[in-house]
Design a protein around this ligand. Structure first.
Ligand SMILES: NC(=O)c1ccc[n+]([C@@H]2O[C@H](COP(=O)([O-])OP(=O)(O)OC[C@H]3O[C@@H](n4cnc5c(N)ncnc54)[C@H](O)[C@@H]3O)[C@@H](O)[C@H]2O)c1
Length: 365
C-alpha cells in the first residue's frame, strides 16, 4: 500500500510516511544523464531504489554516471540516444516499456539579441529544448498512460518567467516547456500519469561554466538570488526524487522552483525604489523612480547622476551591500565593451552560456 492510498485513517502511520520517497522497484529513464543536473538526478533516483536507464549523446559521460551509481550499490545502465531523434526516443521508450519515471534535461542556449539570432540558431535551440522535450514526453507519456501510471519530470528554467536581453529564444523554449508539461498533466492525468516541471535557478554545471569562469559574472549571478549564491546540482536532487515518488502523488501540472530565491528577489527588487531600499518607488528617488534594471534606456539616461532619495531612503552609493536593491544594481552592469557571444568562448567581458547575454547595454537580470 502506498502512502497516498492509505487514507486519512492511517495518517498517524509513521512507517508509511517514511516510505513516501521510496522508489524501490521503479524503472526510471533520465535523458541527459551524462552531466549536470541529469547526472545527479540519476544518482539520486538510484539511491532511493529506482533502476535507472541513463540516456545521453555523450557516451563517456554516461559511463561515468553509470559507474558512479553502480559503485554506490545502485542499479543503472546506459543508453546512447539523441533526444532530437524521433527514432531514438521511440526505440528508447520501447526498450524501457516499464518506465515509471522520466526526467528529460537536455537544453542549449545561444545568447544573442533577437535581431541577431540566425534561422539556424533559432532552429538549433528550439530543436533541442522544445522539440526534443516533446519527443521524449510523447513517446514515454503515451506508454505510461497505456500502462496506467508514471511521473514525467521536465526541466525549464527561471528564464521561463524572467528574461534579460540576449535570452529570448532560450527563454521562449523554457516557457513552452512549462505549457507542454501542463498539457501532458491535463491529457494523461486520468491515466495515472503525473507531469511536473523543474524550474532551476543558476546552477553550477558545465552548462553554466563560462559564467562561473568570469568572477564578475559569477558574483553578479550569485547576487541575483535571495541566498546570494549559486546552486549545486545536488540541490536539485530532492525536488526530482519528490516529483518521482508518492510524496508528490497529488501534484501534477506544477512548476517546482529551485532557484535560491532568484524569482522571489527579482519580484521584490522590481517593486522597490531604484536607489534606496524602500519597498516601492518613491517619487523623489531619481528622475523617474523605479528599478533601472527594467529599462536600459533609463539607466543610460541617468548614469552618473546622483539621485535624490526620499525622506527615509538612503543616498545612492551608501553601502546597502546586503540589500537586494544594491546587489541587483551592482549586477546590472555588463563589463565595458561587452558584446554578445553566440557560443564558445565569451568575447572579453561578454556573458557566457546559461543565463546571461552580455550586450552593449547592461543585461544581467
Ligand atoms: N545549469 C543551470 O544554471 C541551469 C539553470 C536553469 C535551467 N537549467 C536547465 O537544466 C537542464 C540541465 O542543464 P545542465 O546544467 O545539467 O546542463 P549540462 O550541459 O550539464 O547537461 C546537459 C546534458 O544533456 C546532454 N545532451 C545534450 N544534447 C543532447 C541530445 N541531443 N540528446 C541527448 N542528450 C543531450 C548533454 O550531453 C549533457 O549530458 C537544462 O534544461 C537547462 O536549461 C540549467
Amino acid at each position: 500500500m502506498t502512502a497516498h492510498e492509505s487514507g486519512p485513517e492511517r495518517a498517524a502511520d509513521a512507517p508509511a510516511y517514511r516510505r513516501i520517497f521510496d522508489l524501490t522497484g521503479r524503472d526510471a529513464v533520465v535523458v541527459g544523464a551524462a552531466s549536470g543536473i541529469g547526472a545527479v538526478a540519476a544518482a539520486a533516483l538510484a539511491a532511493f531504489g529506482a533502476s535507472v536507464v541513463c540516456a545521453d549523446v555523450d557516451e563517456r559521460g554516461l559511463a561515468a554516471t553509470v559507474a558512479r551509481i553502480t559503485g554506490q550499490g545502485g542499479t543503472a545502465r546506459s543508453a546512447v540516444a539523441d533526444v532530437r531523434s524521433p527514432e531514438d526516443m521511440r526505440r528508447l521508450a520501447g526498450e524501457c516499456e516499464r518506465t515509471r519515471i522520466l526526467l528529460v534535461t537536455p537544453a542549449t542556449n545561444v545568447r544573442k539579441r533577437l535581431g541577431d539570432v540566425t534561422d539556424d540558431e533559432f532552429d538549433r535551440i528550439v530543436d533541442l529544448n522544445l522539440r526534443g522535450m516533446f519527443l521524449a514526453v510523447r513517446e514515454f507519456g503515451t506508454r505510461m498512460a497505456a500502462r496506467s501510471g508514471g511521473s514525467i519530470i521536465t526541466v525549464s528554467s527561471i528564464r521561463s518567467q524572467v528574461v534579460e536581453p540576449g535570452q529570448g529564444v532560450y527563454a521562449a523554449t523554457k516557457a513552452a516547456v512549462v505549457q507542454l508539461t501542463r498539457a501532458a498533466a491535463a491529457e494523461w492525468g486520468t491515466h495515472g500519469v503525473r507531469a511536473n516541471v523543474l524550474v532551476p535557478g543558476i546552477v553550477d554545471t558545465p552548462l553554466a561554466a563560462q559564467i562561473r569562469a568570469d568572477p564578475r559574472w559569477r558574483r553578479a549571478y550569485a547576487d541575483k538570488s535571495a541566498l546570494r549564491r549559486w546552486g549545486r546540482p545536488e540541490e536539485l536532487a530532492g525536488a526530482v526524487v519528490y516529483l518521482a515518488s508518492e510524496a508528490s502523488g497529488f501534484v501534477t501540472g506544477s512548476s517546482v522552483v529551485v532557484d535560491g530565491g532568484w524569482l522571489a528577489s527579482t519580484a521584490a527588487t522590481n517593486r522597490r525604489c531604484s536607489r534606496c531600499p524602500m519597498p516601492s518607488p518613491r517619487p523623489r528617488c531619481g528622475p523617474t523612480g523605479g528599478w533601472p534594471g527594467i529599462s536600459p534606456g533609463f539607466r543610460a539616461r541617468t548614469s552618473g547622476r546622483r539621485p535624490r532619495c526620499g525622506r527615509r531612503g538612503r543616498p545612492a552609493g551608501r553601502s546597502t551591500a546586503r540589500s537586494s536593491v544594491s546587489s541587483a544594481a551592482r549586477t546590472s552592469s555588463c563589463p565595458p565593451g561587452a558584446v554578445p557571444s553566440a557560443s564558445g568562448s565569451p568575447a572579453p567581458g561578454a556573458a557566457p552560456r546559461e543565463g546571461s547575454s552580455c550586450t552593449a547595454t547592461p543585461a544581467a537580470s
